[in-house]
Write a protein that binds this ligand. Structure first.
Ligand code: GRG
Length: 318
């Protein structure tokens, strides 16, 4: 797997090369800054569910992984413009370094290169990647639509994270399964695994934004509150007996004392526990999907990722 991820790194850099050197520089900025490469890892591991013993990933599995990572990167470029983020992956964000207009164009360029790679993997993969880009836009738009909405429903929240996070992890697994010609039932099980993992991942991320320290997050806790993004723990608290008090605190302007009080209120209520329970439930759906597959190096790798996520759920639970 380590060697496979090394191939992902060099193909990522190759894939964003342009005759315009300046575009190459902007488009490779966040690739060089690192990242966990969860999505290529999932694509390659999903392809490795079709083999019995560990072997190098096929070129198609690596290319599939690169195409999903390029979509992820493109979405980060655009997300940082929307959030006016200064830092990403510990370096200057692209918009902070080059401005919004160039960040948007470079993000588009990453999507274009992702699409070109996916087209080389066949019509089904190309269509899936295109549909997934659409799901990311839908998820992000739903989030924007409900920014500062104290009446955001849990359903609107869940649909948003399904689009903005879970859809791409599901696609990563599905592409790995498709390019390795896994049987249909495996393709579906791996897609379910990726989606459930993505939902659990975002639920945990949303809990961490409320409970982790500034040191752990690299930004002060409660960033989502500040952006008016009310996540499941907050929505749950708003629907509880503490709802009126929280509603009052979140009404603009959200100054520092109000943010701190709002955080304390959410932390002391039931919302964190309920969200962690939802993450556990998603993680076990993913586990069950994986259990339908015969043993393989891919199943072992994906199972280890699910265990790691579950341990971070438990750590967030405190
Ligand atoms: C242009 C495709 C496209 C979409 C436009 C901006 C937008 C719509 C969607 C943004 C979606 C977004 C940023 C969702 C959050 C995804 C997420 C969980 C990011 C963090 O992923 P990690 O932890 O990051 O895997 P690294 O840096 O490790 O890769």
């Amino acid at each position: 797997m380590k060697g496979d991820l090394g191939r992902v790194e060099s193909q990522l850099l190759d894939s964003v090369r342009s005759d315009e050197g300046f575009l190459t520089e902007i488009a490779s900025h966040l690739i060089s800054a690192g990242g966990k490469r969860v999505r290529p890892g999932f694509c390659i591991a999903s392809a490795a569910t079709t083999v019995e013993t560990e072997e190098s990933a096929t070129p198609e599995a690596v290319t599939g992984g690169v195409s999903v990572e390029l979509v992820h990167l493109g979405s980060l470029y655009h997300d940082d413009v929307m959030d006016e983020a200064e830092v990403r992956r510990t370096v200057d964000s692209v918009n902070a370094r080059w401005g919004n207009l160039k960040a948007i164009l470079a993000g588009d360029f990453l999507l274009a290169r992702a699409s070109e790679l996916a087209a080389g993997l066949g019509v089904e993969v190309a269509a899936l990647l295109a549909a997934t880009i659409g799901r990311l836009c839908e998820g992000q738009l739903l989030e924007l639509q409900h920014a500062h909405d104290l009446n955001r429903s849990e359903d609107a929240y869940l649909r948003s994270i399904d689009g903005k996070t879970a859809a791409l992890l599901a696609a990563a697994c599905r592409i790995g399964a498709l390019v390795s010609e896994a049987p249909d039932s495996h393709v579906e099980a791996l897609t379910t695994f990726g989606r459930s993992y993505g939902m659990a991942f975002q639920l945990v991320d949303d809990v961490l934004d409320l409970v982790a320290t500034e040191e752990q997050l690299g930004k002060p806790a409660g960033h989502d509150l500040e952006e008016g993004v009310y996540t499941l723990p907050v929505l749950h608290t708003l629907a509880s007996a503490d709802g009126d008090e929280l509603r009052e605190l979140l009404s603009p302007p959200l100054d520092e004392p109000a943010r701190q009080k709002a955080l304390d209120l959410v932390r002391s209520g039931d919302g964190i526990r309920v969200t962690i329970e939802a993450a556990r439930s998603q993680a076990s759906t993913g586990r069950e999907a994986l259990a339908q597959l015969p043993p393989s190096p891919g199943v072992t790798g994906l199972g280890a990722a699910a265990d790691y996520l579950l341990s971070s759920v438990e750590a967030a639970a405190g």
